[in-house]
Each structure stands twice: as C-alpha cells, then as structure tokens.
Design a protein around this ligand. Structure first.
Ligand SMILES: Cc1ncc(COP(=O)(O)O)c(C=O)c1O
Length: 472
C-alpha cells in the first residue's frame, strides 16, 4: 500500500490509472486477497483511489494542494455566464442603502404604507388562518385572493395566476412564449427588466418608439420582423411616463389581432395616475379576451418588498404558466396573499392608494420645483409626468449621462442612465429620476447635486471631440 501511495504522491501513478485487480496483485505479491482488498479500501477512504463495481479501482485526481480556491467559474453553465448585466441588482442595492439618496430604483412612497392595517390583517390571518398560511398553497394562487384580484382589477378569477412580483411574471412569460431567435417588439425606451428577460432567452429585440407611438411604424415592424409578441407598458410608462391614448390603444389591438401577435401588457403603474383617470387597459379593451396578457404587481401600489403580483390571461396561457412556475417557485407565499387579500376586501387598499397618490403628487411637485430652481434651464429637459414614478430627462447632446451618474454618486446620490432602457443604441444622453422614492424635503439636495453633476459632466463633454459623442 505504501508503494502505491508513494507512487500516487510522486505522480508516477497518474490519475485515472487502473490498479491491478485484487486477485492479480495478491498473486504477484504473494499475499492473501483479503490483504489487498483492505489496502485498497484504506486508499479509498483517504480519497486516493475509487473503486467501481465491475470496472476496477482507479487512481483519483489529486486534491488541490495549498488551499487553492476551487475554480467555480469553470463549472458554471454557459447560459448562466451570459447573465452579466448588474443593473437591477445595483438599483435595488442602492435603494436599500440608507447612506445613499437613491433616485434610481422605482419605489413608491414607502412611508405611506398602511402599516397598522397590515399588522391587523396579519394578526387576523395568524389567529384564524395560520394553518392555511403555513401549508403549501395552489400554484395559481389562493382562491380567495384570485377572486379579490378579479373583483378589484377586472378579469376572471380562473384566469389569474398569482406571482412573486411582475419580474417573475416577465420571466415566466419569456419561458412560455419566446424561443431563441424570436423577434419581440418592446417599447423604445422600455422597462429594462423586460428587456433583460427577453434578451436572456435569445430574442431579437426590436424597439417601437413609445413616445411617438406611431401605429404605421408598428405595422412596418410587424411586417418586417413577424414578431412572436409585443411587450408594452402603455400607462404611465417606465421610464418615459407616457400614457397611450385610447385611439392608439384600439389601433394597437387591431394590428395585433390582424397580424395575430399577442400583446404582453405591463400594467404596473395604472393605479398611480396623478391627474385624470387613464384610458382602459389593453386587456380590458380586448373584449374577446384573446390576445392580451396582462402583468401586474403590488410593488408600486404597496411595496416592492412584498414580492407580489399577478398575471391575467386566457386559460391555456395561465395553465402553461402555472406548469412553468411550479418548477421554479411552487407557489407564491400564502401569508402575503392572505394579508393583501384582506386589505383589498376591507377597502384599506383603496384608501391607501388615495393617500399614496397625494404623497406622490407632493414629491413630484417638490422635485420639479427644486430642479427648476437649482438646475440651469435646458440642462435637464423633461415633460412633467401625470402619473407613474419617474422624470425622464434629456441632457444636452454632449453631456454623457454616465458622467452625470458618476459625479452624482460621488455625492451619494444615485440615478440611472438611459442606456439599459434601449434595445439598440440610445439613452447615452438620458437619465431616469424616480421622484417618489424620497421624501419631498430631500428634493432640494437631490437637485443641487444634480446641478453640480450636470455642470461637471458638461465641462467634461465640451472637451470631447464632437465626432466621438453619440447623438440620439
Ligand atoms: C414596468 C415594470 N414592470 C415590472 C416591474 C417589476 O416589478 P416587481 O417588483 O413586481 O417585480 C417594474 C419595476 O420597476 C416595472 O417598472
């Protein structure tokens, strides 16, 4: 045994080498077979060899000496290695860092969250319904919650799938509908999480200018690319704040029906209008309920930390999505479904929305006012939004949004640049500012930092030869 061990140690007996069969070695050495068997077992227990029934005993690969780190990178699936974009993770991390003033992640006014009502509803669930909360639940969602969702937001309870946030919904829809190479039309600019999801599936992404919202242009794209689906966020859109008028909605539906292309409507911001009520959703206008799949979330209406949303669609789609969801998340947390269900049923939710919108209006006005006071005219151009959570800002053509972002970060203010919202080149001179996430009394500081950052980025930009500046 010592001879074999020394040979392995020196490398004279290489990994993968098959040791002689026990009987042969015993005969050669003139010892009993039992002696060889026990020697081989001893070597195996020390990880030097490995025996395979019917195949023999083989020298194992030498363990890494010197505590060298295990090379995990080499083990990661090629498809996973493509997930290199850290934008979403950076945004949510910055939002949860109390040392930063984040205008980046899309968060509603969390100080308006109905904590007391939530606590009472949770107490109620735990007193009366704890076993339901702790058991497994249906993948489609708790039946009572699905009914409450359909009652409040339209649709049929049977055609609702409860999900752990809209981003999960987009992932499920991508897995359900998109094959590599499929063309997908998305808003330009559009929600970055949707873009990431479709891109990860190998979709060919085609942007439709959501601000111009020209349906002839959309028809051309439909003809040219024969897309698998259209993804749009037509109400208080992220990032632009645009809401498509009713006429465009009808034309969009008409086109989708004519070209037989499903629409994924992201309706996350519908309830966050600050002025007039927005036109009905595409989902509602699609009266036959055939081609629109609607994704929704409580992240912006209550809190993103709840991780709660739902999808409404016809049954073959809900059924297929549930089959996919069970593999990655057997069902969304029961407790949060039961509690939010109570908030919906008791009217707390609607009262909360009224308070929330009043606070959002205050925050929007404070931010717009502070920017007008502290940022030189023209340096940050935006349309004051009538809902949603963002100011979509255009900078001067020579001012790089990345530079503004970097200068602002040095003063602990976080903004997000336009690039991740585009499926093609674009966004280098645009910034998104979330005006709802910070109390109104921080608006002045935010605007002052932005003004300094813009000034510094403008100086930097004027040093760059015009030819290297990408104009959008
Ligand atoms: C348009 C849109 N869809 C989906 C999401 C994801 O939301 P959730 O937190 O529910 O995953 C967001 C979040 O910013 C969003 O803006």
């Amino acid at each position: 045994m010592d001879v074999i061990e020394a040979g392995i140690g020196r490398g004279a007996v290489p990994a993968g080498y098959r040791l002689p069969p026990e009987r042969d070695l015993a005969r050669t050495l003139g010892v009993s077979r039992a002696t060889v068997v026990s020697a081989y077992r001893e070597l195996e227990s020390r990880g030097l060899v490995r025996g395979y029934v019917g195949r023999g005993t083989f020298v194992s690969a030498k363990p890494d000496g010197g505590g060298a780190p295990f090379a995990w990178r080499g083990k990661i699936a090629a498809s996973a290695l493509q997930a290199t974009d850290t934008t979403v993770r950076d945004l949510v991390r910055a939002a949860s860092d109390p040392g930063l003033l984040s205008l980046a992640a899309g968060e509603p006014a969390l100080d308006a969250f109905p904590i007391e009502a939530f606590r009472q509803a949770m107490d109620g669930v735990l007193t009366k319904n704890a076993s339901v909360a702790w058991r497994h639940g249906p993948t489609e969602g708790m039946p009572r919650f699905r009914t409450a969702l359909a009652d409040r937001f339209g649709g049929d309870p049977e055609h609702v799938l409860v999900i752990s946030g809209a981003q999960q919904g987009l992932d499920l829809l991508t897995r359900c509908l998109v094959d590599p190479g499929d063309a997908v039309i998305v808003d330009r600019p559009g929600y970055l999480g949707a873009i990431q999801s479709f891109r990860k599936a190998g979709a060919r992404l085609v942007g439709w200018d959501i601000v111009r919202a020209d349906v002839d242009e959309l028809e051309e794209l439909l003809l040219r690319y024969r897309p698998k689906l259209i993804y749009t966020n037509p109400t208080h859109q992220n990032p632009t704040g645009v809401t498509l008028p009713i006429r465009t909605r009808r034309e969009l539906l008409e086109l989708a029906a004519r070209y037989r292309v499903p629409i994924v409507e992201d309706d996350t911001y519908r309830e966050l209008g600050l002025e007039a009520t927005p036109p009905p959703s595409l989902f509602k206008l699609d009266e036959a309920r055939t081609i629109v799949i609607r994704v929704n979330s409580f992240s912006k209406m209550l809190a993103p930390g709840l991780r709660l949303g739902w999808i409404s669609a016809v049954n073959p789609i809900i059924e297929q999505l549930a089959l996919i969801k069970q593999q990655i998340d057997p069902h969304t947390q029961n407790l949060v479904q039961l509690v939010v269900c109570q908030l919906l049923e008791t009217g707390v939710f609607d009262r909360h929305l009224t308070t929330l919108k009043a606070e959002h209006r205050r925050r929007r006005d404070a931010m717009v006012h502070a920017i007008r006071q502290h940022v030189p005219p023209g340096a940050l151009r935006f349309t004051v939004p009538d809902g949603g959570m963002y100011l979509w800002c255009r900078l001067g053509p020579r001012v790089r949004a990345r530079a503004v972002q970097d200068y602002a970060a040095r003063e602990s203010v976080v903004v997000v640049t336009g690039e991740p919202f585009y499926v093609d080149q674009g966004g280098a001179n645009e910034l998104r500012i979330c005006y709802t996430s910070q109390p109104a009394d921080r608006a002045v500081r935010a605007a002052q930092v932005l003004a300094r950052s813009l000034a510094a980025a403008t100086r930097e930009g004027s040093d760059v030869p015009a030819a290297t500046v990408r104009l959008v």
